[in-house]
Design a protein around this ligand. Structure first.
Ligand code: GAL
Length: 693
């Protein structure tokens, strides 16, 4: 069962810090929120020193009063557990709760996220404060749900305190049972790393080569993920006990945490924090703020309907670190609709008013320090009005996609260390996403794990698994079953190289995928300046050369099956004329193996070849600048087609069939113009034109 947000109606909220403001301001703030259509506030996630000013002395007065008043204004409260900010009295008394860097430097009190997950003392203190809060607020009808901690593994996702080293040893004892097995899995025979007693085993530590044992490094990430889960469970257990009617979520998706497993086991749904303004600083090659659509697709792969717990409400900035331009008129609204287009059923803006003190004095809220109406207040107000028009119809509707980009945690984590594949995956995924976005082909992200079922794959016509270097036998079988039943699978270089311990397989590549792709890798090289970047030559036609580059890594392919056809060859280096891209038939399906790293141009070519652009049933034609996403209500069958213009220039849109503009009720058809940063949501009743871009 997938954990998802079951909302009957879309909800809009705001992050609020009652402890930052005089209580005299609360009523006017809440009144203004009600006036703007805000029905939720998230509070409390950093307020440990308010809830427990001294060890064992608890005080709920401030939040009791605020929550009561919020309730009177019809505003529901999401309560954060304050465990991202252990108070000074705690860290002073028990320095063991603090996190330590790889170099052995202990982090100190002063900002946030300075704790480690494995200190038993910290776990006890967290459990106590969360238990007190859950007992106190569990029956409070104004409290609708809980956010665990804040952005687990944000800011830092490695932990090297003594308690972490100890817990790692315990975790390894359970995983491997004996040192022999551990030594084998970590390949410790290399360079005399063999361990003869458990005390000798540690998390990765500084060493003269500034490198790591890759198998140990992979286990370290699995261990960190497991530590976070136990840390979360320690809190959800008590909340479930005392607050069974309130939901539990957490916000953000960060490194070294299997957010899919976390959500499945302990949460009701995932929440994501969306700050597309970071993208405005990126280079022109990127999709800039539109890249956030990929992040939102990852959130959707965890919970098909999710909450955006922090939605950008102004320019972001820390006093010394993060700097962002002011969102242009229209962009805040555009980004809110971007979240909705990708499956969000709740949006909570960060934050109500900019803090006049602290590290985040430049992380701007809806209101500025002066608390006066401004451009952002007006734009967000308009957005909330429009969201309310969609609220009942759109809630629970699901994003539609025929293609999914496959990913998994083993490859993400191994790829952080292994530069012979990690950067390739990052590049290929981005290029595929960009190719799909600009071809107006909506796509999902699908996380592969040992619990993934064939039915999860069969929801798609095409799967793209760019570089599955670490590959288990079970996932190989799933992929074979998917293709055999008629699916299309596309993959790139280095596939099948490693087993789940990260050991290279002692067979020719692509190892277990050889049959599926009907191919063998007979030679390979990194490009790295030593070789020229080849072009692809299609079907031996030299004139096709020059459009698509085989970047970063080249594998020389050798078909091993009669059904395998060479689609393109390399045009230079000593392997000029050898196969670079092949197509194979397997059962009722088709596979494509590419011996290199994907570019947007090749992705577009494969999008065409695999028939992902449905020209016959097209509803909309528009320019590359416009994103197209479709949500379908599973009960009514009605579809909502989102068109989002990320450019400042007006863009042409052609609607091939008549439909209703869901934001103003007008009937629309034919040629339209979408203004710079504007949004259009078309309502297509069930049985209307097949909505595909
Ligand atoms: C998020 C965090 C918020 C706030 C915001 C702006 O990552 O959860 O508490 O810090 O960024 O920096």
């Amino acid at each position: 069962m997938t954990k998802t947000l079951h909302a009957k109606s879309l909800k809009v909220g705001v992050c609020y810090y009652p402890e930052h403001w005089s209580s005299d301001m609360w009523d006017s703030d809440l009144e203004m929120m009600r006036h703007m259509g805000i029905t939720m506030v998230r509070v409390g996630e950093f307020a440990w020193s308010i809830f427990e000013p001294k060890d064992g002395e608890f005080s709920f007065q401030l939040f009791d009063e605020f929550i009561e008043r919020a309730g009177q204004f019809g505003i529901g409260v999401i309560l954060g557990t304050p465990t991202a900010t252990p108070p000074a009295w705690l860290t002073y008394k028990y320095p063991e709760v603090l996190n330590v860097s790889l170099d052995g430097i202990q982090f100190q009190h002063g900002l946030r996220r300075h704790y480690n997950y494995n200190s038993p003392v910290y776990q006890q203190y967290c459990r106590r404060i969360v238990e007190k809060m859950a007992k106190h607020y569990g029956e409070n009808t104004h409290v609708i749900g809980w956010q665990i901690d804040n952005e687990l593994n944000c800011e830092i996702d490695v932990f090297y305190s003594e308690r972490d080293h100890e817990a790692f040893r315990q975790w390894l004892t359970v995983k491997y049972g004996t040192l022999d097995r551990l030594n084998h899995a970590w390949g410790t025979v290399v360079w005399s790393q063999t361990y003869t007693a458990w005390e000798q085993v540690h998390l990765t530590r500084p060493n003269p080569s500034h490198s790591v044992n890759p198998h140990q490094a992979l286990d370290e990430k699995r261990f960190i993920s497991n530590s976070v889960m136990r840390f979360v469970e320690n809190q959800t257990e008590v909340i479930r006990q005392y607050a069974p009617h309130q939901f539990i979520t957490t916000n953000g998706i960060f490194g070294h945490l299997d957010t899919h497993e976390l959500t499945e086991r302990y949460l009701d749904f995932i929440s994501y924090d969306s700050y597309p303004n970071f993208g405005m600083l990126a280079d022109d090659e990127s999709l800039r703020d539109r890249e956030w659509s990929f992040n939102l697709s990852v959130a959707r792969s965890v919970s098909p309907n999710f909450c955006v717990m922090e939605q950008q409400a102004g320019p972001g900035g820390w006093v010394n670190r993060i700097e962002q331009p002011t969102p242009l008129p229209g962009q805040l609204r555009l980004w809110a609709f971007q979240s909705l287009a990708h499956g969000a059923d709740a949006i909570v803006f960060f934050r109500w008013r900019t803090a006049p003190f602290g590290t985040e004095i430049y992380w701007h809220g809806i209101f500025d320090y002066d608390n006066q109406p401004n451009r952002r207040v007006a734009e967000i107000g308009q957005t909330i009005n429009e969201v309310s028009l969609l609220a009942d119809k759109l809630a629970g509707s699901l994003v539609q996609a025929d293609v999914a980009l496959l990913r998994d945690y083993n490859n993400d984590w191994d790829g952080e260390v292994d530069t012979w594949h990690g950067p390739y995956t990052k590049k290929s995924v981005k290029e595929w996403f960009r190719g799909l976005q600009t071809s107006h082909v909506p796509c999902d992200v699908l996380n592969l794990s040992e619990t993934t079922q064939l039915a999860d794959l069969r929801r798609y016509k095409v799967l793209v698994y760019p570089h599955p270097v670490v590959l288990s036998e079970r996932v190989t079988e799933l992929l074979e079953q998917f293709v055999s039943a008629g699916g299309i699978l596309i993959t790139g270089c280095r596939a099948g190289l490693k087993d789940v311990n990260g050991h290279c397989r002692q067979v020719s590549m692509p190892g277990p995928l050889k049959n599926l792709f009907g191919v063998q890798v007979s030679d390979f090289t990194r490009i790295q300046g030593a070789y020229e970047v080849p072009n692809l030559v299609w079907n031996g036609d030299e004139s096709s050369s020059g459009c698509i580059h085989a970047v970063d890594f080249n594998e020389v392919l050798q078909p091993t099956s009669e059904d395998c056809t060479v689609l393109a060859t390399y045009d230079r280096n000593y392997y000029s004329g050898t196969p670079a891209l092949v197509q194979n038939s397997f059962g009722k399906g088709t596979t494509y193996y590419y011996g290199s790293v994907f570019t947007r141009e090749l992705a577009k070519k494969l999008i065409e070849l695999t028939g992902l652009v449905d020209t016959e049933n097209k509803l909309v034609s528009t320019t590359e600048e416009v994103e197209l996403e479709i949500r379908r209500n599973p009960l009514t069958g009605d579809r909502y087609v989102f068109l989002l213009n990320y450019s400042g220039q007006p863009q042409a849109v052609h609607l091939h069939h008549g439909c209703r503009n869901a934001l103003n009720g007008e009937l629309i058809e034919g040629d339209l113009v979408l203004d710079g940063y504007d949004v259009l949501v078309c309502e297509v009743p069930d049985g209307g034109a097949t909505a595909r871009g």
